[in-house]
Design a protein around this ligand. Structure first.
Ligand code: ZN
Length: 202
């Protein structure tokens, strides 16, 4: 830790280069296009266009380019360097498809599912759908030619995300991920389109 601090104070962060900036731009734009395509297929045009737009802001873009890795998130490299990720903290506070955006706190046990303190608020359905598309896109890039419709569920079920979600949010994202695994993209996207249209995905 002392080491990390003194290194940062010495100004020895990785250098920002044009090559890394170009590679980071290509990575975030490719991801954005994949999510946009998914969102558009279910009728979420505006969310598709706006998805992750803050990644192009100087606060996030310059950090992402400086810590560009190629095979993993630059946020993790920034964490290892300075102890936390300024880019992620900026990002999660501005993008409503991240469950971290919705982490509130309760002062009374009756409000917080019996808990006092950190409390996940229920995410509106359309942002759960955008989170679903985000996870599919991330898995597609990560798994490449090996990608299957089961990957997003497997990734979710191996992680510890559920404990940070409002119970109804967890129920919805799990329902969609399992449907994708069992029935594929076409049927699941059609289901989402129908339910969003009838305002059943609240
Ligand atoms: Zn995002």
């Amino acid at each position: 830790m002392i080491n990390k601090v003194s290194r940062s104070q010495a100004g020895s962060h990785p250098p920002l280069t044009m090559q890394k900036a170009a590679a980071h731009f290509a990575t975030i734009t490719h991801h954005k296009m994949l999510v946009c395509e998914g969102c558009w297929k279910v009728g979420l045009l505006r969310q598709g266009l706006l998805h992750d737009l803050s990644k192009y802001s100087p606060t996030e873009f310059l950090v992402g380019a400086r810590y560009y890795q190629g095979d993993r998130s630059p946020n993790n490299a920034e964490r290892e360097d300075i102890g936390y990720s300024t880019a992620w903290l900026h990002h999660k506070g501005r993008n409503r498809h991240h469950y971290e955006y919705w982490i509130d706190y309760s002062t009374r046990a009756s409000e917080g599912n019996g808990r006092v303190g950190i409390m996940p608020a229920k995410m509106p359905g359309r942002f759960v759908v955008e989170m679903f598309m985000d996870r599919i896109a991330a898995c597609k890039v990560y798994r490449g030619a090996d990608y299957t419709d089961a990957d997003p569920w497997n990734y979710y079920s191996q992680g510890d995300t559920a404990q940070f979600l409002h119970p109804e949010t967890a129920r919805l994202i799990e329902h969609l991920l399992k449907m994708l695994r069992d029935r594929g993209e076409e049927e699941t996207f059609a289901y989402i389109r129908r339910h969003l249209h009838k305002r059943k995905l609240q």
